[in-house]
Design a protein around this ligand. Structure first.
Ligand code: SME
Length: 158
């Protein structure tokens, strides 16, 4: 299952950057309706694109908290699903083919450290099962960020 593949990849990654890169690649490869998969990390008040996998690059490599669907999810700390992007005035357009979108925040405690952003060319593509999968992936990534920090702190103390 894709979640097992991602768990192994994340746990075996030597850096958070590597964990992010493998996660976007695996999600896109194993879930057919995930057409573009991105991972943004929060730097100050800006969501900054850290890894992506898809047919083309996005011009939205930095998104302020509060702007677009990405900024909405970061501000509310809640998963946002948009079934029809054309009908949502908050949506920031990236690709003309996109019909629906899901954004899942990555939380450490009550702090947003980043988010998973997925575009689909299929209308209303995202299911409750996708949401559960991606919220679990977000927990895995938050755990990996925490354990890498702990390892770094231990190395500094030694
Ligand atoms: N659609 C997003 C912007 C990022 S692109 O989908 C890659 C939004 O509304 O925030």
């Amino acid at each position: 299952m894709v979640i097992d593949r991602i768990r192994i990849a994340v746990e075996e990654s030597a850096s958070f950057q590597e964990a992010c890169a493998l996660t976007v690649e695996l999600l896109r490869r194993y879930v057919p309706h995930f057409h573009w998969v991105g991972l943004y990390l929060l730097e100050g008040d800006l969501l900054t694109l850290a890894a992506w996998d898809g047919p083309e690059a996005t011009e939205h490599t930095q998104i302020p908290v509060g702007e677009g669907i990405c900024g909405l999810a970061a501000g509310t700390k809640e998963t946002v699903i948009v079934e029809n992007v054309d009908a949502d005035p908050r949506y920031l357009a990236c690709f003309p083919s996109t019909r629906s979108e899901i954004v899942v925040p990555i939380l450490r405690g009550d702090q947003v450290i980043g988010e998973i952003d997925i575009d689909s060319d299929t209308p209303a593509a995202f299911t409750a099962e996708d949401r559960r999968l991606l919220e679990e992936v977000a927990r895995l990534l938050a755990g990996q960020a925490g354990s890498l920090d702990e390892r770094r702190d231990l190395q500094i103390e030694q």
